[in-house]
Write a protein that binds this ligand. Structure first.
Ligand code: ACM
Length: 286
């Protein structure tokens, strides 16, 4: 299909090479998963690499001993060291999901690493399903990092179901939302088109593929990693079953324009005073 006149491909401006790395991790095999991820990352040249949620451990934890064996300190351990080395060699930024251990707590977390070291760690605030058995929910807002390549926001998988997450990232200036995921529900890819549209931001949802079993528990992951533009357009949508690496050239400045025609501005027209804590007398009695 030819690109539409206003598509990001046709716009002038500084481009940021952004890669989606869709993986197929094997549960508990941290070292193998790390090597496979690095192998795929090396096949593409990019300034930003986004990897799936829990890319190095797999997803289907059965008990805490499996986390004790595989979780890592945010800034120490083989996964962090390898990603830092990669970021330095490539002069690039990497956003990756991993199981973080801090003291007696485990977090479903995402690190953003650059040539200068760790930029920050985000701990998933909306835990999905059985994640609640093993992980502590994060207690801090999803972050926006002001990087030389652009303003990058980070959220993790099920955060998509809570539109406040993407909205708060956009209100704090994110031009692109990096979204490591392990998708099991089918709605996320289309929902993220709306998250991008309603916030005028790019989003890179980076998922895994495959089926994972642990005892009686089974998850089937839908792949379909995707890049969405600030008008809600699909820039790339990947295979539902195969690991793959894809790179896009994105003009992130397009996300700074929140104007919808001459009369509307997506952010200035908001009416937060009417959205919550409104007086009870305005509630409709039934
Ligand atoms: C999910 O949040 N991994 C479904």
């Amino acid at each position: 299909m030819p690109a539409s006149r206003n598509s990001p491909e046709e716009q002038e401006g500084v481009r940021v090479k952004s890669a989606l790395i869709q993986l197929s991790p094997e549960f508990g095999k941290v070292s193998d998963n790390l090597q496979h991820a690095l192998g795929l990352m090396r096949t593409v040249k990019s300034q930003l690499y986004v990897l799936p949620e829990l890319f190095n451990t797999g997803y289907t934890f059965g008990d805490r001993s499996e986390l004790l064996r595989t979780a890592e300190d945010a800034q120490r351990g083989p996964t962090y060291e390898a990603m830092l080395e990669f970021a330095r060699q490539r002069n690039a930024y990497v956003v990756y999901g991993f199981a973080e251990r801090e003291g007696a707590h485990f977090y479903n977390a995402a690190n953003t690493v650059g040539p200068q070291g760790l930029i920050g760690t985000y701990r998933k605030m909306h835990l999905f399903g059985r994640e609640k058995l093993f992980f502590t929910p994060g207690g801090n807002p999803a972050p926006v990092y002001n990087l030389p390549i652009g303003r990058i926001g980070v959220m993790i998988c099920f955060d998509w179901y809570f539109p406040e997450t993407a909205r708060s990232l956009a209100l704090r200036g994110a031009q692109l939302i990096a979204h490591p995921a392990n998708l099991v529900l089918p709605h996320c890819p289309n929902a993220m088109m709306v998250r991008s549209l309603e916030n005028r931001v790019f989003s890179l949802t980076c998922d895994r593929v495959g089926i994972e079993r642990n005892g009686d528990v089974m998850h089937r992951f839908i792949g379909t990693s995707q890049a969405i533009g600030p008008r809600g357009e699909i820039l790339v949508r990947m295979d539902p079953e195969l690991p793959e690496a894809r790179v896009l050239d994105l003009n992130l400045e397009l996300a700074d324009n929140k104007q919808l025609g001459p009369f509307n501005d997506l952010f200035e027209d908001r009416r937060p005073e009417l959205y919550d804590e409104f007086p009870l007398k305005h509630m409709v009695a039934v």
